[in-house]
Design a protein around this ligand. Structure first.
Ligand code: NAD
Length: 287
């Protein structure tokens, strides 16, 4: 039997419908949830991501503000903009599109964002809260993965979860979330000696590397849930994930496609975090 498809587009549509209702409810109280997006440089992929995020906001009735800067911009200008947005009560979420040009200290930029507007969840304080099991903002991609596991009915408590990739934006927060939900977690990375040894034990396998089709069916445990975070462009222009979909779907029980899997969920959870930030700000005001 072939693995069931975990449809990110369908789940994203359902969740965005609920978010649109919550946005309208806030607006009825005179509060318009707003996300500010800062883009530095002219990386075409970053430009596409920012446009998609802005369009997604508008579609659910959320305000979005865009600030674009040339690649050679003085970081002081961006710091000043962040400070302004931090102080602006009509802005509930702030995100700086990564990667930044080399002359920027990305960590310092991320730390400059107010903790209660850090809707990407990358601020050290928010990562710390997640590590302590008391998350305030969950980084969007791992948050989306958790929603997909939930929708697929995949048991997490006691499961062997293997994550491939240890980045600050995907692999590490993914590991923290799965630990917090009771999985036994292994994190593999570029220095891991025998990758297949680990992947074959995984009830839940999350691939976040950026190498086309590196996880083949023979590396998968029968009945596993397979989550493909990777986005790779093949020479023919088509997109594919880190998991070889055709061979893996014959072994796993459930699998996410690329495209149409984790990608739409990431933006959805960004909207969810922004709305959450606006709802928290509104609750503070009415206290
Ligand atoms: P990254 O480059 O920061 O990290 C890649 C990780 O892969 C590193 O931790 C590295 O140690 C590990 N790695 C490299 N070679 C390996 C190997 N041979 N075996 C095992 N591990 C290896 O990347 P990232 O930002 O975490 O993104 C990973 C992938 O996910 C990329 O394809 C990216 O485009 C994609 N991505 C998708 C979404 C989404 O919304 N779907 C969001 C973020 C990232």
């Amino acid at each position: 039997m072939e693995a069931r498809l975990i449809d990110g587009n369908a789940l994203a549509t359902t969740i965005r419908g609920e978010l649109a209702e919550r946005t309208a409810a806030l607006q009825a109280r005179g509060i318009a949830p707003g996300l500010a997006v800062i883009l530095v440089g002219d990386d075409p992929a970053s430009g596409v991501y920012v446009r998609n995020k802005t369009a997604a906001c508008e579609k659910i009735g959320m305000r979005s503000l865009q600030f674009a800067y040339a690649a050679d911009t003085d970081p002081a200008i961006v710091f000043a903009r962040i400070a302004e947005l931090n102080a602006d009560p009509t802005v509930h979420g702030i995100l700086v599109q990564l990667p930044l040009p080399k002359h920027f200290d990305s960590d310092a930029i991320l730390e400059a964002i107010a903790v209660d507007k850090d809707v990407d969840g990358f601020h050290a304080e928010n990562i710390g809260a997640l590590a302590q099991g008391k998350p305030r903002f969950i980084p969007c991609t791992p948050y989306g993965v958790m929603k997909m596991l939930e929708s697929a009915g995949t048991p997490i408590r006691g499961a062997e979860a293997v994550i491939i990739g240890r980045s600050n934006i995907v692999g590490k927060p993914m590991a923290l979330l799965l630990i917090n939900h009771g999985a036994t977690v292994t994190v593999c990375h570029s220095q891991t000696r025998d990758l297949a040894f680990h992947t074959r034990r995984a009830d839940i396998l999350v691939a976040a590397v950026g190498r086309p089709k590196m996880i083949t069916g023979d590396m998968v445990k029968p009945g596993a849930t397979l989550i493909d975070v990777g986005i790779n462009r093949l020479p023919d222009g088509k997109l594919c994930g880190d998991i070889d979909f055709d061979s893996a779907k014959k072994v796993g029980a459930a699998i996410t496609p690329v495209p149409g899997g984790v990608g739409p969920m990431t933006i959805t959870m960004l909207l969810a975090n922004t709305l959450e930030a606006a709802e928290r700000a509104a609750a503070k005001e009415t206290k």
